[in-house]
Design a protein around this ligand. Structure first.
Ligand code: SF4
Length: 306
């Protein structure tokens, strides 16, 4: 909640004085029309990380602004939030990122972008977004190298500075995702935060993902960390177990539009769960039926979701 309030205050400073009213109106319309308040959009299947052991498609799909527009235009209500993100991919790998961001910001009250912050070009700093989220997997040279097979910590620090310097007033948040190799990096991350003058930061745990080419694999999960949501599974050593039985879906109010223009319940559900390819009003109606299944956690991917 504190994070949401901080984001809202920061966005209000950069948007018009009437922004809280449009935010309230959009939230109300989404609730009345049973439409998700948030849309996570994957701009590209490509990635800028080039990490050892991780493979991306040879010809990554790239979402076009026309496709995003066609989904938004047939929705009964425009989303409150659009989040440009990826699934084993990075939004900044998209050649269409500028036009996608321009389309998205016209159609929502909060636009954020989540990136690994690598391979950035100066023009990326000018993207019209309300919030930048930089996700780093380690906070020291050594642990970054261990995890990714290369060390690009300095590069991401430089890119965060570049965005901070060119976007005074835009919220910039840095998130450390803890993996096995970086399970002792919390202090190093706090020191970096102080040294780099990051105003907003967060520490989260890597999510187990059996489909993850490299990152979400069991061997990378910080099972020994006391706060990790996963533990060793006494019944099956090939998969982890969740320490606590989770409650409802953490993304109940969101849907995921992937780089192929397919609407899905969330970024983690694959083809074994329902999905919709046609951007028509009926698709939004059908997607409303997914909410209950998400809350029940009845999709195959839900069993790994903390
Ligand atoms: S995997 Fe299931 S519980 Fe997790 S975000 Fe997706 S729908 Fe929700």
């Amino acid at each position: 909640m504190r994070r949401t309030i901080k984001s809202a205050v920061s966005i209000w400073k950069n948007r018009s004085v009437l922004w809280p009213l449009t935010l309230l109106a959009r939230t109300t319309i989404c609730a009345l029309k049973n439409t998700p308040r948030g849309l996570i959009v994957e701009p590209s299947q490509g990635c800028t990380g080039n990490c050892k052991g991780c493979s991306v498609p040879e010809t990554p799909m790239v979402l076009k602004k026309e496709k995003l527009n066609s989904w938004l235009n047939c929705s009964p209500a425009k989303p409150v939030t659009i989040h440009l993100s990826g699934k084993h991919s990075d939004p900044l790998a998209s050649s269409e990122i500028q036009s996608l961001a321009e389309t998205a910001i016209k159609n929502c009250s909060m636009l954020s972008i989540s990136t690994i912050g690598l391979g950035m070009k100066p023009e990326h700093c000018q993207l019209p977004v309300d919030r930048w989220i930089f996700s780093i997997p380690a906070a020291t040279d050594k642990t970054w190298e261990q995890l990714r097979g290369n060390n690009r910590l300095d590069e991401v620090l430089e890119n965060i500075r570049m965005v901070q310097n060119r976007n005074a007033g835009t919220m910039v948040e840095v998130v450390l995702t803890i993996w096995k190799a970086s399970q002792n990096d919390e202090n190093a991350f706090r020191q970096l935060k102080q040294k780099q003058n990051w105003q907003h930061s967060k520490i989260v745990f890597g999510r187990y993902d059996p489909e993850g080419n490299h990152f979400g694999r069991l061997s990378n999960i910080a099972l020994k960390h006391k706060d990790c949501p996963y533990m060793e599974n006494s019944g099956n050593s090939a998969i982890p177990a969740l320490k606590q039985t989770p409650t409802g879906c953490p993304l109940a109010g969101y849907l995921f539009l992937d780089a192929a223009g397919t609407l899905r319940p969330c970024p983690f559900t694959g083809d074994e769960s329902p999905y919709l390819k046609k951007a028509v009003p009926e698709s939004w109606e059908i997607s409303d039926q997914w909410r209950e299944k998400k809350q029940e956690r009845s999709y195959p991917a839900c069993k790994w979701c903390p």
